[in-house]
Design a protein around this ligand. Sequence first.
Ligand code: ARG
Length: 571
Amino acid sequence: MIDFKKELAKIIFSDDLGLSVEEIENMIELPTDKSMGDYAFPCFRLAKTLRKAPPLIAKSIVERIKDNEMFQDVKQVNAYVNMFLNKEIIVKETINTVLDKGADFGKSNIGEGKPVIVEYSSPNIAKPFHIGHIRSTVIGNSLYKIYDAVGYDVTRINHLGDYGTQFGKMIVSYRHWGNEADVKADPIKTLLEYYTKFHIEVENDPSLDTEAREVFTKLEKKEKAEVELWQWFREESLKEFNRVYEMLGVEFDSYKGESFYSDSMPRFLKELRDKNLMVESQGAQIVDLEEYGMNPALITKSDGSTLYVTRDIAAAVYRKERYDFAKNIYVVASQQNLHFQQWKKVLELMGYEWVKDCIHVPFGLVSLEEGTMSTRHGRVVFLEDVLNKAVDQTREVIKEKGVTTDDIEETAKMVGIGAVVFQELSNSRIKDYVFSWDKVLTFDGETGPYVQYTHARASSLMRKAGEEAVKRAESKDIEYKYLKSESAYVLSKEIYALPKVVLEAAEKYEPSIVTRQVINIAQAFNRFYHDEHILVKNEEEKVAKLALVIAAKTAIRNGLDLLGMKAPEKM
Ligand code: ARG
């Protein structure tokens, strides 16, 4: 790919300016107002060296470079050299690059194979996998793909919430009010009922709390009866989670959750003690963080059982030892900001300098139009139900529209689930948002179905153009004079921006930047489609336009893939 800024810097360079190519490159700006050119070079800094007024300097630079083939036009405006690129070069460079790279267009290698961990989803066992979990799952999956695309070696971890005092509660309620047959018939919903019942009953009978704590201690001591029940709950839960992961096309390399770290608790308790970080407070062990303006980190309860943060400390050290990560990314709701701040501080106080490479990537809340969710009160919307509903509704829309597809079921899945995923990744992740069916499933506006439909439209053009024309376009046997329109140029620029956008998304841990660009490409494509007649009689012209169609389709497909979405050929 051509690095246009660098090329322009080379053209502007001349000995008497007293600036290196690199310095010039850094000074070149991208005007937001496109009537000021694609790039602009400010001359203020040169006034001293050249002992001339900046506008005069700009003028002489314009005179010197204006005939270069890189430019459509070069203008002096005040102290600026405003450069308008030769549109044909951009169009040509875009088509050549995308057709050469194919599925690799958008990728790069700044990661140089360095190990990165992305932890995401991490639901709690024996609790519903509800709509609130979708954010971590979908954002994490996309970040994995983005980091993979920019050349890192990514390990995907599902840090299951499969340990803690809530399992004491779950076991107690199962023993008091549960039965095996019900759990087997509908595991999570039944377990949720038990859990809800526990919280109702405990109001009248506080001894249940004591009982639950005792049971959890037994679990920590690995007593057979408790371990067996726990394992059973875990297995049943995983079955349900996996059904959802399959629907979303999400995978993990490791399911090591909180329970995995229970055996290493003594090691860390000792280490915290040895490093003089732990103090007793009302029977509990804590790390005092007052100095840093935070509440204390609770390491063990008064009964000696360990806590969430303790297991997160162990998990971070384990990951460093096992993977030697360059970055360890946690995609977890912003409600846990304080937890991650405390955890980071404790690791820092323990002397682990790599804690700077541990990154909490927070995101805002999803709420439903009907009101907020609460596991304790049993008011939840299961993610699986949401995805199924999306598929059902999409199937109806497809039938109504009389969409041409060979496999309605498959298309309904791609589009229905894709719509939910796309909505998740549309806003910057930190924003809270309200899940709305009306917004998710429309085929117009900035939605998943709109982008997928655009992709299918490009595929349809290729089919209609015929194999021969597609082959010629793909071999880049193209006469660029047919691609001089403004819409062809704008589309090319949007496509060409994809690799930079992917890098930016990785740097900011922000998939919505990719979502935005995919929308930009789709919109630019539809403008091109609207303005131009693509399947014209003139074979040369058809092939040229088709090449740009193929480039757009490839870019959209690659972009959707980074979001964890499929790109249907027909819709
Ligand atoms: N299981 C937790 C929850 O559902 C999320 C775990 C986040 N990851 C972590 N390493 N603490 O709230």
